[in-house]
Design a protein around this ligand. Structure first.
Ligand code: UTP
Length: 286
């Protein structure tokens, strides 16, 4: 059976995005004409995902609202003859089955993924971190699913080549390349450049065999007193096996203000009307 369920952990505090994220969940901040989370959900659906488990928290109910119908607004739009806007609401709400799970206490990414287990009954589940925006023709998750279909018992993660001095910002992996993918044997959270096993970082796209939930359930708290996903990924690498692939789409860090701004400009140039594209180019050059 192929991968049709995705967990989107979105219960973090978003401290890098303050003050913008003080009273608005950072996942609802706009990237061009829609909240950043909608681009991530679109990527998942384009890759064949049918069920989305949003792991949210207090103050983040707007995330689920964004993928819900809105009868009052729809009737106002209807009176104004704005049928296209109604269609967009209906299409968004019906694009997948959305399930909200509350994390309650933000005890780390591993814990957030474990909270999503309640809605994930298949042998493999996709995980997409909304801080990582992948934009381009080919949905990044689709590249991971394609590799996962060839090796369904193993985990697959998205990789990004980073300059050596940036290893402190990422989980870094080590292993050997075979054709188009890396066979990963080591994962280290935010190492010093000298300790990084390669130049390849983990980005926020994963296909995980369901054994990950058992590993997380029995895992002690790790760095920062949190349940770290990277520790469970090492468990998968040691047992089922873990592969890495570099998605073809371009990755943007939507978890920080500059990354969000640049992603917005990219989207305006890729998805805006002719007038919007011309105006953005003009403003950037003047
Ligand atoms: P981060 O720790 O990078 O993001 O978690 P954050 O906490 O939201 O943001 P900063 O660093 O304070 O600015 C990576 C992803 O895991 C989710 C976050 O929402 C983000 O999508 N996460 C993290 C949870 O859902 N729960 C947690 O307990 C921790």
């Amino acid at each position: 059976m192929t991968v049709t369920t995705a967990i989107i952990p979105a219960a973090g505090w978003g401290t890098r995005m303050l003050p913008a994220s003080f009273s608005v969940p950072k996942e609802l901040l706009p990237v061009f004409d829609r909240p950043s989370i909608e681009w991530v959900v679109k990527e998942a659906i384009d890759a064949g995902i049918e069920r989305i488990i949003l792991v949210s928290g207090r103050g983040k109910s707007g995330l689920m609202d964004h993928f819900d119908r809105h009868p009052h607004l729809e009737s106002i739009l209807k009176k104004g003859g704005k049928e296209a806007s109604i269609d967009a609401i209906v299409k968004r709400a019906q694009a997948a089955q959305f399930i909200e799970v509350r994390q309650g206490d933000a005890r780390g990414l591993g814990h957030a993924v474990l909270c999503g287990a309640i809605g994930a009954s298949d042998d493999r589940v996709a995980v997409l971190l909304p801080d990582d925006l992948y934009l381009g023709q080919h949905p990044a998750l689709g590249d991971l699913i394609a590799l996962s279909e060839r090796y369904p018992d193993q985990g697959v993660i998205g990789l990004l080549e980073v300059p050596p001095d940036q290893s402190r910002k990422y989980g870094m992996v080590g292993g050997s390349w075979q054709e188009d993918h890396m066979v990963i044997d080591r994962l280290i959270e935010k190492p010093e450049p000298a300790d990084a096993p390669s130049h390849f970082a983990i980005t926020g796209r994963y296909i995980l065999p369901s054994q990950v939930f058992d590993l997380l359930r029995h895992q002690d708290t790790g760095a920062l007193g949190e349940i770290q996903l990277t520790d469970a990924l090492q468990g998968l690498a040691d047992n089922q096996g873990m592969l890495g692939v570099i998605p073809r789409a371009k990755r943007f860090d939507a978890g920080d203000p500059e990354g969000l701004l640049i992603a917005g400009l990219r989207c305006a140039l890729d998805h805006g009307s002719k007038d919007v594209r011309a105006r953005v180019r003009h403003e950037l050059e003047r």
